[in-house]
Design a binder for this molecule. Sequence first.
Ligand code: ADP
Length: 162
Amino acid sequence: MKKAVYPGSFDPITYGHINIIKRLKNVCDELTVLVANSPKKPYLFSSEERLEMATQSLQGLENIKVDVYDGLTVNYSIENEINFIIRGVRGAADLEYEMTMSAINKKLAPDIETLIVPADPEYSFLASRFVKEISFFGGALTALVPPCVEEALSKKFIKGEK
Ligand code: ADP
């Protein structure tokens, strides 16, 4: 059984992430979308909220699991017998970072391969941080995130948690 993990902040999940998940889910038997919870990162949404939005957004897709983890992706991968780490790249800036991460992960876990996947051109501009900014200023998000995410964002900002 070939298993892959797609780790990220997913703060929140966007159609850019979902595009990668849909394109890559059939290269393996099981793809785990892993919501990272690093104490070093400031998130807008809690890990429970990010997990819930990812779960709802991916409902009905086969071979997909959603999980949350607060350690290194390679440790999660070893614990769960995962063979591949999937990461998306939108351009040169992402690529440089992802190349470094994959080299570090290779040192930590030589048997786990990283697959670096180019973003679909339709979503190569899309990042969670822009989505948060657009929502903060009341812009339309329909083309960028699933309805449950749009709703969660507007609730978050209406509640004054800016
Ligand atoms: P992280 O904090 O780990 O970068 P993100 O949620 O921002 O978490 O991204 C998770 C992964 O998805 C990263 O590999 C990132 O480059 C990729 N990604 C983010 N947005 C897109 C997009 N629009 N298209 C393709 N890949 C994307």
